[in-house]
Write a protein that binds this ligand. Sequence first.
Ligand code: ZN
Length: 201
Amino acid sequence: METVACPECDLLQQVPDLAPGGKARCPRCGNTLATRATDPLDRPLALTLAAAVAFIVAHTTPLMGLSAVGRRASTTIAGGVLEMWRQGEQITALIVAFCAAIAPGAYILLMLTVLLAVRRPPAPAWVGELLRWGHAVRPWSMIEVMILGILVALIKIAELATVEAGIGMYAVGALMVLLTAIMITIDPREAWKRIAWADEQ
Ligand SMILES: [Zn+2]
């Protein structure tokens, strides 16, 4: 049994130990208080490793290739950001760099560290700090925003040149799905259970 306050309506209540795949609901507002995934840490770890690979591929292979009147060009995410910066779009370049590279990269790294550290409990208290940072940075990793920007650019360019999607583009798509899947499958309560209390030190 564990006493928790409902994050939605603040009702204090006892949550019983859940069976794998079980769910606990707040009796007042119906908000889901706790779920117990069948595999609360190993599955997100597998997804995070896959996301790390997709992230590396997305940033090292060309996002798209262009060909017009016999000339060919291709660009990576970093190349695109650099080009935006040179064209005088510094603010857009910074936003894209943050949402497409820094935030998702940091999220993957933080989650990887947390998920590996909690495999051998008790994990040190700083792991909890990293978990908090992960939650803070997650809303900022908006690969979707970049996809939208790319599509707009593609429509414009398609009138002038032949555009073909590069491997990086598929990796970005995979990364988008994986980041969401990590968030859905990870159980922060399960992770917190394996982290040493701050007062123990
Ligand atoms: Zn409630």
